[in-house]
Design a binder for this molecule. Structure first.
Ligand SMILES: Nc1ncnc2c1ncn2[C@@H]1O[C@H](COP(=O)(O)OP(=O)(O)OP(=O)(O)O)[C@@H](O)[C@H]1O
Ligand SMILES: [Mg+2]
Length: 341
């Protein structure tokens, strides 16, 4: 389903929570909406998921206006929507299977069909063995899987995710994102993913809109926004993003390992102790040795007032020269690790 929002406005007691937002969300893509806390993301999501009427503006599902529908028609449109939340919003009095069954019970789906669909969906999210387990006995990742299965129970064409991975650790976030990507492909869903984590945009989204103070400040394909950010808010989000190794990207399925070619010098992580972060060690070495450096990422951390630096890079040169350079770096007190790949 293709979603168009035109000039959406929502005010709360004089506060412009959403202040004239227009968006086109293409069908069959994962569309990210990123912004800082209070930017208006959830308010925007509540309007386009038809949970809350906009004060003004229009919303279209596949060309049909849906923001001004009467209750009965609204319920009909809402059937096309599945939602997942940061806090899972599951029924704690029910087990996993009964949670997945819940939206089908509301739609008066025959019992036999509910049973069949529950087992299909729990298999899809990898929780067949947990069907009878109570929600309170599940981990955050398992709860979000149940929530995804429940959201898919009524065969929606759109899936809205409001901070779906914000309560999860990085490994579990990775698994939940790959599950969302898998179901998106399988059912050709349009997915709208609200987040304050740029990692989520990077790892899961095709397009992104950056919002700030109730307005869109930047929008476009993720690759373009990452390679040439236009707004300060976007730059800020990007600067807080941890540099990734190729190994991380391969593990997440974001990079084909066959496409990774390493230059002769290999790939290294250099750790600079406090007294070395202020020194131009590398430029000194390039002058005295026959090697080049190709830098992929760099960062400084302040730990208890001490400045510690990290560099991720290739050392390019003959085997002997590279070895000599590594020895020299180590003699300067710099730790040189070979990135495991
Ligand atoms: N029902 C409401 N009544 C009054 N003010 C509200 C209501 N909902 C949101 N707001 C206000 O509107 C602004 C935008 O809130 P919103 O929840 O959309 O932000 P958000 O981007 O989702 O933030 P977060 O990342 O913290 O979830 C905030 O200043 C918030 O306090
Ligand atoms: Mg929110």
């Amino acid at each position: 389903m293709r979603i168009i929002a035109k000039n959406l406005v929502q005010n709360y007691e004089g506060l412009h929570a959403v202040n004239d937002i227009s968006l086109e969300i293409p069908e069959g893509k994962i569309f990210g909406i990123i912004g800082k806390s209070g930017a208006g993301k959830s308010t925007l999501l509540r309007m386009i998921s038809l949970l809350e009427r906009p004060e003004s503006g229009e919303i279209y599902f596949d060309g049909k206006r849906v923001d001004n529908l009467k209750k009965k028609d609204l319920i009909q449109e809402r059937r096309k929507i599945g939602m997942i939340f940061q806090t899972f919003n599951l029924l704690t009095s029910r087990n996993a299977e009964r949670n997945v069954a819940y939206p089908m019970e509301i739609c008066h789906t025959p019992m036999e069909e509910i049973k069949k669909r529950c087992s299909e969906l729990l298999e899809l999210v990898g929780l067949t063995s947990k069907a009878k387990v109570g929600i309170s006995k599940m981990s955050g990742g398992q709860k979000q899987r149940v929530a995804i299965a429940r959201a898919l129970a009524t065969n929606p064409s759109v899936l809205f995710c409001d901070e779906a991975t914000s309560a999860l650790d990085p490994g579990t976030t990775r698994q939940v994102l790959s599950l969302i990507k898998e179901v998106q492909k399988k059912f050709n869903l349009t997915v709208i993913m609200v987040t304050h984590q740029m990692e989520v945009v990077r790892d899961a989204c095709d397009e992104v809109a950056v919002i700030n103070n109730g307005k869109i400040v930047e929008q476009g394909e993720v690759e373009k926004v990452f390679s040439n950010p236009q707004s300060d808010v976007t730059r800020d989000f990007l600067s807080n993003l941890k540099t990734e190794t190729a190994k991380d990207a391969i593990e997440k399925g974001m990079l084909d390992d066959k496409m990774v070619t390493f230059s002769k010098g290999g790939k290294y992580i250099l750790r600079f102790p406090e007294n070395k972060t202020g020194e131009p060690v590398l430029s000194r070495i390039t002058k005295s040795q026959n090697v080049g450096f190709n830098i992929f990422g760099a960062g400084v951390q302040y730990v208890k007032g001490k400045e510690l630096g990290t560099l991720q890079m290739d050392i390019i040169g003959s085997e002997d020269d590279v070895e000599k350079v590594i020895k020299e770096l180590e003699s300067e007190g710099i730790v040189v690790e070979e990135a495991k790949i």
